[in-house]
Design a protein around this ligand. Structure first.
Ligand code: AMP
Length: 170
């Protein structure tokens, strides 16, 4: 019987030399394990207290939308630039392997006051910090981060001023 831990595959030197890429997509090949993971990710208290989920492009959408269904919470998205129509709020940040930026639709953000952030993996914390700084600029409350994997040596959670729940710490 496979366990969740067995389904996090490591690809050395992807997308750049020196990066051990942790691929979570194998989880989706095992619906029972995926379902169990979503139940666990949906059961924490800070999610219960949040008005909405914000999930991060692109693997965050997979887990975020399943958690949104399971927890009956609305979900909005943070996307890579040029993907969202209408007025957006955008910020650039440093990634473990390069630079990126994320945008959120102003009209979506306006509807809710408190959020839980969902992503597949926490590495340096730059991505989540980018989302949280856009939210904080708009005076929104962030109750926590829920993520499948945390790379604990990179100390991403130390950058964040809200609780982190990761299902697997590597
Ligand atoms: P960071 O901003 O450094 O915390 O990086 C987190 C984001 O980048 C997540 O959205 C991940 O999907 C992706 N990411 C960063 N490092 C890795 C890695 N080693 N393996 C897989 N995904 C990663």
């Amino acid at each position: 019987m496979k366990k969740l831990e067995d389904l996090i595959l490591t690809y050395k030197d992807f997308p750049k030399k020196g990066i051990d890429f942790k691929d979570v997509l194998e989880i989706l090949h095992y619906p029972n394990i995926f379902q169990d993971l979503i139940l666990k990710m949906s059961s924490n208290q800070f999610l219960k207290n949040a008005e909405a989920i914000i999930s991060i492009d692109a693997r965050g959408f997979i887990f975020g939308s399943a958690i949104a269904l399971e927890s009956s919470k609305p979900m909005i998205v943070a996307r890579k630039p040029g993907k969202l129509p209408g007025h957006t709020l955008t910020r650039e940040y440093d990634l473990e392997y390069g630079k990126n930026s994320l945008s959120i639709q102003s009209s979506a953000l306006k509807k809710f006051n408190s959020f839980v952030i969902v992503d597949d993996l926490l590495a340096t914390g730059g991505t989540v910090n980018c989302v949280s700084s856009i939210l904080q600029d708009q005076k929104k409350q962030i109750l926590g981060l829920i993520t499948v994997v945390e790379l604990k040596e990179l100390n991403g959670r130390l950058k964040l001023d809200f609780p982190v729940e990761s299902l697997i710490s590597l």
